[in-house]
Design a protein around this ligand. Structure first.
Ligand code: NAG
Ligand code: NAG
Ligand code: NAG
Ligand code: NAG
Ligand code: NAG
Ligand code: NAG
Ligand code: NAG
Ligand code: NAG
Ligand code: NAG
Ligand code: NAG
Ligand code: NAG
Ligand code: NAG
Length: 620
């Protein structure tokens, strides 16, 4: 049965990410194990390793000499199923500075031979700093470098005590899968040019947290014997991971940062088939539950936020040749998602234990999730007060159309979500009232054709966050982030009639975000349009990938208020065809980047919004 559904098969199982790969997937792993067995040239030490990369803008660091800390050097060989690799972390004692305006984590790695893409996580004292995927090596070797701005973890990174640094990367090495990942992790501390410590600054970049660093970060990661950090594994739709926690009683702001990645049966959740189709066609071994997923975050049993994740494709996904050397958007530095928790502080400032939980709607095995609660503390007071004034969770709206005959069919799934909350917190800074809103919509259309040999998926997620803060001086600060996640895949399987088939895949992947420092402003403070398009062919014989070629084009267009970054790069068969980089800003046109008129209906007018939603804490 399986061999007649190759697009499903090759679309789905190109990787082996989970060390605890279940028996139930063995029939899949058989095909998948072969997919990285491309015929490889013999090793030739004179050929330099290929540089793999994810296109992203450079980190804006000050023109100062950083203090450098080599925190870990490790060769990840047979790390499958073992505990995370640990290292002692100490802020460099020889560093003469105390204030840093930028802290950058750098992951450098080399690998040679044959290996799958492996997901990995990096934690400090249980707080996740980076979620990433390794590049798939080639016989002549590869090298890659990931840099991440980790300034938002400053309070942790600058602690003057020994902490545990942990990396989990489950790899398997045997005679076939020979790739050992040689890794160095380095942290660079860039001293500040000038000191910043104003209260208002702490509300800069609301919601994103970046640029305004919390005073304390509480990890919501797995309790190991050493509590060094590891993601939770969410295995199904009813699997909810709960962690009990307490916060100090002088918190005045709280943001939960969520890390998420999806694997095995849900690695390509956006292409998963509806269960009724699977059942009607007596299919076995296909990932179902349809193509919609959401990560739901609850506090003491109440939904406080949702994450509709970006469709990160790992370096073995769809067709591994697509990602050599240009890796998929987000694959080397998976996006994280912030949920403003401040409105709920009134419920948890009592010094008692509370429960935070993660679940995933429609989940199949397996989702790796954890979170960091960023807390801002009132240094002049031992106790702040707060009250939740309003909390509205509109139930998930789902509309779907399913129309199929045999293995041919069309499926549309549309969903919407709206979560809002308002609460005040009183600290020595005064009374601050915060409103947080998430407005999400999702549309997925899937076509199955040619009796299951053809699959077309077209998905768009609109993920919009708003935070309004009424400051003590009655001024209002606000922020919004409008995100558009695009995924399109055309995947066809052409049977050649001699045990050989051609697997053809065209894809589009888009990550667009507009950020506003004033939620009512017409023009964004920054905008990103990041688009990849590619096509590839694999020749498959008896479930073995024997050859193939793929090419990928990417345009990355970042327009910030202070700096711009543009890159247009194209690669094919390991070779860069062209690569254009610019870091000058074009004169800003009235471009809204095809976002169209976003749905901002609840608060087109801030005054109306404030009147209707922010209840003055002094006047009840
Ligand atoms: C390795 O590559 C170099 C340059 O491409 C070539 O001159 C040499 O013959 C190769 N050696 C082997 C053993 O293939
Ligand atoms: C890591 O790789 C980058 C890119 O090649 C390089 O600039 C940097 O110096 C490397 N870091 C270390 C510690 O070697
Ligand atoms: C890691 O650092 C060591 C020591 O500086 C160096 O020899 C090695 O090449 C580095 N490896 C990578 C992958 O950067
Ligand atoms: C860090 O702690 C050590 C001992 O606990 C102390 O001697 C040192 O002065 C501290 N350094 C800073 C920068 O606070
Ligand atoms: C869901 O996963 C949890 C955790 O592994 C397990 O205890 C539970 O039995 C599973 N439920 C179903 C319906 O499979
Ligand atoms: C599925 O199995 C049932 C029961 O064995 C059978 O009646 C039905 O015809 C099968 N359907 C297909 C599409 O094979
Ligand atoms: C789903 O959303 C798309 C795009 O917004 C729309 O064209 C389509 O009519 C919707 N379909 C259903 C069944 O709601
Ligand atoms: C499915 O569609 C293909 C054309 O794409 C057609 O040849 C085939 O007969 C259809 N199968 C059914 C069961 O309608
Ligand atoms: C995907 O669907 C959107 C509408 O939801 C449409 O505008 C777009 O053209 C479609 N993309 C492709 C490649 O068909
Ligand atoms: C199978 O058939 C295709 C097209 O007919 C041909 O290109 C290919 O070489 C054949 N492969 C084998 C292994 O016979
Ligand atoms: C797939 O990509 C190839 C090469 O760019 C193109 O010729 C073909 O039309 C594309 N097919 C679809 C369905 O997008
Ligand atoms: C890909 O590049 C290799 C050399 O690196 C070459 O041997 C091969 O023919 C190329 N394949 C295609 C389809 O261009």
């Amino acid at each position: 049965m399986a061999s007649s559904f190759s697009p499903l098969i090759y679309f789905l199982p190109l990787l082996l990410l989970d060390p605890l790969f279940s028996q139930a997937n063995l029939h899949r792993s058989k095909t998948l194990l072969k997919s990285s067995l491309m015929s490889q040239p013999s090793t030739n030490a004179t050929i330099p390793p290929t540089l793999f990369f994810e296109v992203t803008k450079p980190i804006n660091v000050p023109n100062t000499n950083p203090c450098t800390l080599s925190v870990l050097q490790h060769d990840f060989g047979f790390t499958y199923g073992k505990p995370p690799v640990l290292a002692n972390y100490n802020f460099p004692s020889d560093c003469p500075h105390q204030e840093f305006s930028r802290i950058v984590l750098e992951w450098n790695a080399t690998c040679k031979g044959r290996q799958f893409d492996r997901i990995f996580g990096v934690w400090l004292s249980g707080v996740e700093l980076l979620r990433s995927c390794t590049a798939e090596p080639r016989a002549t070797g590869i090298v890659w470098s990931v840099k991440k701005d980790v300034t938002r973890y400053s309070s942790l990174l600058l602690l003057n005590k020994t902490q545990t640094f942990a990396v989990y990367l489950g790899n398997l090495v045997d005679q076939t899968y020979t790739g050992v990942y040689h890794v160095n992790v380095t942290i660079y501390f860039y001293p500040a040019v000038e000191k910043v410590n104003h209260f208002d600054e702490k509300w800069e970049n609301l919601g994103s947290g970046v640029g305004s660093q919390a005073d304390l970060i509480i990890p919501f990661s797995r309790d190991l014997p050493l509590n060094d950090g590891l993601w939770y594994e969410i295995e199904n739709a009813t699997d909810v991971k709960v962690k009990e926690f307490e916060i100090p009683q002088n918190v005045y702001r709280a943001v939960l940062e969520v890390y998420v990645s999806f694997h095995e049966n849900d690695e390509f959740w956006y292409g998963n088939l509806p269960n009724e189709y699977i059942a009607a066609n007596n299919l076995t071994g296909f990932a179902g539950n349809g193509p919609f997923r959401e990560v739901v975050v609850s506090l003491d049993g109440e939904v406080v936020g949702a994450v509709w994740p970006f469709t990160v494709v790992y370096t073995g996904g769809i067709n591994p040749l697509l990602w050599r050397p240009t890796s998929a958007i987000g694959s080397f530095d998976l996006p994280t998602y912030d949920i403003e928790i401040t409105p709920f502080l009134g419920n948890i400032l009592d010094g008692k234990t509370h429960k935070l939980s993660f679940g995933v709607t429609n989940a199949l095995n397996v989702w790796y999730i954890d979170g960091n609660l960023h807390l801002w503390l009132d240094s002049k007071s031992a106790k702040t007060d707060g009250k939740l004034l309003q909390h509205d969770v509109v139930p998930l709206g789902v509309s779907s159309v399913s129309d199929f005959k045999g293995l041919n069919g069309t499926f549309v799934t549309n969903t919407t979500r709206f979560i809002s909350s308002t609460g005040w917190v009183k600290s020595t800074y005064g009374m601050v009232t915060t409103t947080s809103i998430q407005n999400l919509s999702y549309s997925n259309s899937m076509v199955m054709g040619k009796d299951g040999n053809l699959q077309i998926v077209n998905q768009t997620i609109h993920f919009d966050d708003f935070v309004y803060v009424k400051m003590p001086a009655s001024n209002v600060k606000s922020e919004k982030s409008l995100k558009r996640f695009l995924f399109y895949l055309y995947s066809d399987n052409l049977d050649q009639g001699n045990g050989t088939s051609l697997s053809v895949a065209n894809f589009t992947l888009g990550f667009n975000e507009k950020k506003f420092k004033d939620a009512d402003a017409r023009s964004p403070n920054s905008s990103l349009r990041n688009l990849q398009e590619g096509n590839g062919v694999m020749v498959v014989k008896d479930n073995l990938v024997v050859s193939g070629v793929a090419s990928t084009q990417q345009t990355y267009n970042y327009d910030g208020s202070k700096f711009c970054y543009f890159r247009n790069v194209s690669s094919s068969n390991y070779t860069i065809l062209y690569d254009e980089v610019r870091n000058t800003c074009n004169k800003r046109t009235n471009s809204h980047f095809g976002f169209g008129l976003y749905r901002w209906w609840p608060f087109l007018d801030r005054k109306a919004f404030l009147e209707s939603h922010v209840i003055d804490p002094n006047g009840n």
